[in-house]
Write a protein that binds this ligand. Structure first.
Ligand code: IPD
Length: 287
């Protein structure tokens, strides 16, 4: 007879968020202070020669995992840089970590990079934080509790949290749409074709360089929508919850959840129109 796995109580989302915030702020401080005046050393590349890993990506992921394990030794981890402990038991809390989302911005000294940490259980993201240290911004959400932004976290001040609401019912021709591009030349060529076809239909396009920040920008109404093909789960796990808790709809191709094929986040009204348009554009020959 196979052993019956014990039923674990649902983890407390507010406590998970608290721990995620502490780890993210600590990692953010280390990344900001530890950034050398020149470009950080690239230690290896992944999917293409421009998909880089710096020593700081690795140090950040180590710090986050060590910080969380010190309090929750039995949890599982999925980290962009391979930091993992992945027991088969789905009912464990799993931490989904992007230690620097926007690594190329970090490499070049541009401010839009983030530490992104989500806590999920049984496949559902319960809590998420996206910390943007160079802007002193901390975006947070727990499932069912709304999305929030606190500023000046780096300077140690307990700034008041502001509740976020995404823009709703924006007509597509008025929409400011953020997107991103993968690291492989062939997929970039396709993404370029799609964006060229979309550009005349919308207000304008933005390419910020961090999926996590883009999703928080949707949450905060700084852009009206975000879409991208080819993003990984760690890029969107925390930002996706924050956007959803701010009222955004999230999805992929029509009828599909967000995934590597396509991730779209936008307020009601715009979401449906953008999803239809992107589905048509990605069916075109060559796209
Ligand atoms: C990247 C960023 C970027 C997106 C890429 C991602 P990374 O993540 O989120 O905005 O366009 O698709 O891979 O590599 O900086 O963690």
């Amino acid at each position: 007879m196979s052993p019956v796995s014990p039923v674990r109580p649902r983890a407390e989302p507010a406590q998970l968020l608290d721990l995620a915030v502490h780890a993210a702020v600590q990692a953010g401080q280390m990344l900001s202070k530890g950034r050398s005046p020149g470009r950080p050393e690239v230690v290896c590349t992944k999917s293409s020669p421009t998909d880089v890993v710096t020593e700081m990506d690795r140090a950040s992921e180590r710090l986050i995992i060590d910080r969380i394990r010190a309090e929750r030794a039995g949890d599982a981890f999925l980290g962009e840089e391979g930091g993992y402990l992945q027991p088969a038991n789905q009912t464990l809390v799993r931490w989904v970590i992007d230690p620097i989302d926007g690594t190329v911005n970090y490499l070049y000294g541009l401010p839009d990079w983030a530490v992104s940490i989500a806590a999920e259980q049984s496949g559902t993201v319960l809590a998420g934080v996206v910390h943007v240290p160079e802007r002193g911004e901390l975006f947070t959400a727990v499932r069912g509790g709304g999305a929030w932004l606190r500023r000046d976290t780096q300077r140690g001040r307990d700034a008041e949290a502001v509740r976020l609401r995404c823009a709703a019912e924006v007509p597509i021709d008025q929409a400011l749409v953020a997107t991103g591009f993968g690291y492989q030349a062939a997929s970039r060529a396709m993404q370029g074709e799609v964006v060229a076809a979309l550009l005349p239909a919308v207000r304008d396009i933005r390419r910020g360089g961090s999926c996590a920040v883009d999703l928080c920008s949707v949450a905060a109404g700084r852009v009206d929508a975000y879409y991208e093909r080819g993003i990984n789960y760690w890029d969107r796990a925390a930002g996706g919850l924050i956007a959803a808790e701010a009222g955004a709809l999230l999805g992929g191709l029509p009828g599909q959840p967000p995934g590597p094929e396509l991730t779209i986040a936008a307020g009601p009204g715009l979401f449906e129109e953008l999803q239809r348009l992107l589905a048509t554009l990605s069916r075109r020959p060559g796209a």
